[in-house]
Design a protein around this ligand. Structure first.
Ligand SMILES: O=C(O)CCC(=O)C(=O)O
Length: 254
């Protein structure tokens, strides 16, 4: 997650489109249908991939991390926990299962070895009373690569503080989301209200935020991990020190 509001002035909106072109030339229709939305919108979702009992087991792992580790930096920390996760059997099983469904996109997006580091392995839980975060990018350099996969461990409704993303905002990185009319227009806003077991794969250049939890009794626990380049300036990676710099994408792909 990013703790910097700095915006890069480097801009090239063409790289995503070139990658789409490559997909078109090389892939059958089904692969293209999966690939295109991610490269054009900057995110893609998958509904109910993880069973209810696995969600519950991972949530229990998260709670035991709350007891044993302190919260990492997070925007708007009141009523939000941000705690690195432990690589237990169930966490890795769930991670592998989600990765398998995004593998073709990840292979394209993180095309080179140095882009494939596991840089985050963590959790966020938003509690009733949490205010909305400011819109931000986790990474603001157009030609670097970083992605995050968020897994929802409970149903996410409008009031439980869903993730908000601005579709397509990874292409216009030189434009400030604070002043650009493009980002002030709400037509590109997508609120990730999704069922338990669903996931979101998000390009870290996408403008997004965790919204306010206005519910009285709904938590939003999310298990997440990020892959990308490990030397990007801007992001602060949430991962236990013993895992940092040790794993790559293929370590979790069968
Ligand atoms: O709440 C979320 O899902 C996203 C949180 C986030 O973007 C952040 O803390 O930087």
């Amino acid at each position: 997650m990013n703790n910097s509001s700095q915006m890069s002035s480097h801009s090239s909106s063409e790289d995503s489109f070139q990658t789409i072109q490559e997909c078109r030339q090389k892939e059958p229709n089904e692969e293209r249908a999966r690939c295109d939305p991610f490269f054009s919108e900057g995110f893609i979702t998958e509904q109910s991939m993880i069973s209810e009992s696995d969600c519950e087991a991972v949530f229990n792992e998260m709670k035991s991390c709350w007891a044993n580790s302190k919260s990492d930096y997070i925007h708007c920390p009141k009523f939000r926990f941000h705690v690195p996760m432990v690589m237990t059997e169930i966490n890795i099983k769930v991670m592998k299962s989600v990765l398998s469904s995004y593998k073709s996109i990840l292979d394209k997006f993180l095309a080179e070895e140095h882009m494939q580091w596991l840089v985050e392995f963590s959790s966020i839980c938003t509690f009733p009373g949490a205010k909305g975060q400011q819109l931000h990018r986790d990474m603001s350099i157009q030609d670097r690569r970083l992605v995050t996969i968020f897994i929802n461990l409970l149903d996410v409704g409008e009031k439980s503080g869903p993730l908000l993303v601005i579709a397509g905002s990874q292409k216009n990185i030189s434009e400030s989301h604070k002043s650009s009319p493009r980002f002030l227009a709400s037509e590109d806003y997508r609120v990730m209200t999704l069922p338990k077991g669903s996931s979101v794969l998000m390009d870290s250049r996408v403008v997004h935020s965790g919204t306010a939890n206005t519910s009285h009794d709904c938590m939003r626990p999310v298990f997440y991990f990020s892959f990308g380049e490990k030397d990007i300036s801007g992001p602060t990676y949430s991962i236990r020190s013993e895992y940092s710099g040790k794993y790559k994408l293929n370590d979790f792909c069968n």
